[in-house]
Design a protein around this ligand. Structure first.
Ligand code: ADP
Ligand code: MG
Length: 394
């Protein structure tokens, strides 16, 4: 379990503080920000530093410019939006080499409480290879490093791991602190019963999650497209549903080992086409030839809800059906509504699961909605996240 220093554990007044944020926000073709959630998510750490008299230097990547100064992926729109959110000027250091003349000059002129934003860190080819030269340049700008970008914590890049090794102390911001608290406790010291809900499209992409969680949970609920490989392992027919034949044996083994810990759907909403408007039916057990499972059925929803009723901690990764199509979103939405009302610590991880819960308007009813798709998955897999590991221990 991580026990890292946080912004509140160190003196920040008068210090040049470099903060790795996750400003990887979606832009439309006019370079306008279409979803500002990640900017909003970064505000608590930034405001804390401003209020406590730090000189706040922000950095982030955006998209995949692959080491080139791609103008469409400039952080300039983020500087503008951030200025509005903070109600104060954010000086944008427009350097194609990120730590260039503009950045150096802007930092040299900073007063306590000022904010500077550097250009997209992935304009530099060294960034994703964690080459020390760029880490040194970043380190030269600051006295203290704060990592608040959970979304990239599973990667070892210059702007998180590289710079952490060169600037001491390197501490966690509020976002990362919250991710560690919720995901870490859920996996390592949960209030029980602990129930995990796994779904989504593929068993193959979730094997390590299944294995790690099976060791820890009291119950494991499996829904979504991955359930049909387990159906096949039980000897059921699956029609044209998603199926990973190479993983049927694996699923069998899991069922043999975990026995009654694993709950699988007992009925399925099926259709003949992968289409929201395709006529649907509900079947129990076998899925007939020519039909595919697109959501869990009503009996399964009731069974899963019963299994969740006494849970004290719930971790959810992977939708229960094709939630992008309204006619097959019911299973996912019903489970989300149930969790929203449950007297338990509820944690949502995974890009699509988070999208599903937000689509249902229930994001704020959960204890924690993880901001990092890949990073939260690796946390649930029990892996060490290099971006967090590199921070200074308490
Ligand atoms: P997450 O991003 O939360 O980890 P995944 O990426 O594993 O989740 O899976 C999400 C995808 O799984 C969604 O696009 C959803 O439509 C799909 N899915 C869920 N159930 C089914 C199903 N029965 N058939 C086909 N696709 C499904
Ligand atoms: Mg996904």
């Amino acid at each position: 379990m991580y026990n890292k220093l946080t912004v509140e554990d160190v003196e920040v007044k008068g210090k040049r503080v470099l903060v790795r944020c996750d400003f990887n926000v979606p832009l439309n073709d006019k370079q306008e920000i279409t979803d500002e959630n990640r900017i909003v998510g970064a505000l608590p750490t930034i405001n804390y530093l401003i209020e406590n008299g730090a000189k706040v230097i922000l950095c982030s990547h955006m998209g995949k410019p692959k080491g080139n100064p791609v103008p469409e992926l400039s952080l300039a729109p983020v500087a503008k939006r951030l200025s509005e959110k903070l109600g104060k000027e954010v000086v944008f250091a427009a350097d194609d080499n990120v730590v260039g003349e503009n950045a150096k000059k802007a930092v040299a002129e900073m007063k306590e409480g000022d904010v500077v934003l550097l250009e997209n860190t992935r304009y530099r080819a060294e960034e994703t290879k964690n080459v020390e030269e760029f880490s040194k340049e970043l380190a030269s700008l600051c006295d203290l490093f704060v990592n608040d970008a959970f979304g990239t914590a599973h990667r070892a890049h210059c702007s998180n791991v590289g710079v952490s090794a060169l600037v001491q102390p390197a501490v966690a911001g509020y976002l990362i602190e919250k991710e560690i608290k919720f995901l870490g406790n859920a996996v390592n010291a949960p209030e029980r019963p602990l129930v995990a809900i796994l779904g989504g499209s593929k068993v193959s992409s979730k094997i390590s999650v299944i294995e790690n969680l099976l060791k820890k949970v009291d119950k494991l609920i499996i829904g979504g497209g991955m359930a049909y490989t387990f159906f096949a392992a039980q000897g059921k027919t699956t029609g044209t549903s998603l199926l990973e034949p190479d993983f049927i044996d694996y699923a069998k083994k899991m069922l043999d080992n975990a026995g009654d810990k694993i709950l699988l759907p007992i009925d399925t909403v099926i259709a003949q086409k992968f289409d929201n408007d395709a006529p649907s039916e509900v079947v129990e057990g076998d899925i007939p030839e020519g039909w595919m499972g697109l959501d869990i059925g009503p009996k399964t929803i009731a069974m899963f809800k019963e299994a969740l009723a006494d849970a004290k901690t719930v971790v959810w990764n992977g939708p229960m059906g094709v939630f992008e199509m309204p006619n097959f979103a019911k299973g996912t939405n019903e489970i989300a509504s149930m969790l929203a009302e449950l007297d338990a610590t509820t944690i949502i991880g995974g890009g699509d699961s988070v999208a599903a819960v937000n689509q249902a308007g229930l994001g704020d009813k959960m204890s924690h909605v993880s901001t990092g798709g890949g990073a939260s998955m690796e946390f649930l897999e029990g892996k060490v996240l290099p971006g967090i590991d590199a921070l200074t221990d308490k």
